[in-house]
Design a protein around this ligand. Sequence first.
Ligand SMILES: Cc1cc2nc3c(=O)[nH]c(=O)nc-3n(C[C@H](O)[C@H](O)[C@H](O)COP(=O)(O)OP(=O)(O)OC[C@H]3O[C@@H](n4cnc5c(N)ncnc54)[C@H](O)[C@@H]3O)c2cc1C
Length: 381
Amino acid sequence: MNARSCDVIVIGGGLHGLSAALQVARHGKRVVVIERHWVGRHASGATAAGVRTLNRDLGELDLSLEAMDMWHDMPSLVGDDCGFHANGQICVAETPKALAALEARVSGLRASGYTHEELIGPDELRRLLPELSHHCLGASIARRDGAADPHRALRAFRHSAEAAGVTIVEHCAVTGLERAGQDWRALTEAGAWTAPYVINAAGAWSARVAAMVGDDIPLATKSSMMMVSERLRPFIKPVVAIMGRSLSFKQSDQGTLVIGGGLQGIPDLDRETSTARMQVLAKGAHAATDLFPAVRDIRIVRVWAGLEAKTEDMLPIVGPSPNAPGVFHAFGFSGHGFELVPVVGAALTDLVLRGHTDRAIGNLQAQRLMRPAGATPERSS
Ligand SMILES: Cc1cc2nc3c(=O)[nH]c(=O)nc-3n(C[C@H](O)[C@H](O)[C@H](O)COP(=O)(O)OP(=O)(O)OC[C@H]3O[C@@H](n4cnc5c(N)ncnc54)[C@H](O)[C@@H]3O)c2cc1C
């Protein structure tokens, strides 16, 4: 085999690139993952690793529910549970208005046949979260949700991909894509690779890769921030959010509190930096101490921010390129792509192998966001 030719080129060594590479390679395809830095350098290494169906947009709910089943069976995919604990995710209502919104959401889901979210009252809430502030009125819960360990997930997906025969090329950026007969030629800092199929899993930079094949997909950037505390005694198992406020609050296996929930820093795609904003983080800290007064005096030991692509409707793009046969996009996860990692890789595998998939990606096609030529391809917010 010519070392530079393969069946599938995956651009981006985040969890989505690795998941697709692994699952395609298991079907006997020769796959190369090309990563500008190192595996997990961006969103996948910065993620809070929440595994959540709770409050998912209906446009991606079926896909998310299939992903949840895959998380519960993760060892069969990557030989490790990735630190996933299904202790539930809970969205707390602090006011009657917030509670009414949760009730409307859950009854709407029920009317459409979904039973994965339930409403719980104050007694059940306090049983699950004994240290929760007494002002909270009730909550919605998805009991099969939970959280995983992002670095363990990266290790497991990487090792499984390599064991399946995937070649991972790090410190090598893809700088262009061009047609070479029936194939695509990926131009990189270390020469060219050719393959009939290309998967664009380049995270926050995916619109630039899409533009290389003529897809003008408007994309903004998310710069989600996280903070982590000193180690504390174990006191909370589920992941907790608040209706109407930015908070995601959980305790890791190490005892540290991991606090985020969409708080935004300052992104810079060209420099590949994401700068934390302390005043915004302070809002998250307030929300956390409002819910759990006992954590008022703990020390925050580290904060960070990651970069990820954000679409206009906050749904990802998963599917074929509208303009480039053989190219498939998987990006724009808008802050909630970790949970989707196993299923999006499976959907891309279907597309590469059979040209179609039965998985629920119908609402995630690129065309829904594309504008006539001349529109600005990328903004930051
Ligand atoms: C702080 C934070 C918290 C989050 N919390 C959650 C959560 O709790 N639950 C949840 O479900 N999701 C969460 N997410 C979102 C989730 O982490 C992401 O959706 C997911 O990791 C995206 O993976 P990816 O592989 O698409 O992107 P990335 O991991 O960003 O990978 C893309 C890769 O492409 C590479 N690349 C880019 N351009 C090129 C090029 N030209 N050539 C070669 N390589 C290139 C980059 O270097 C990068 O490594 C969070 C994200 C952040 C940042």
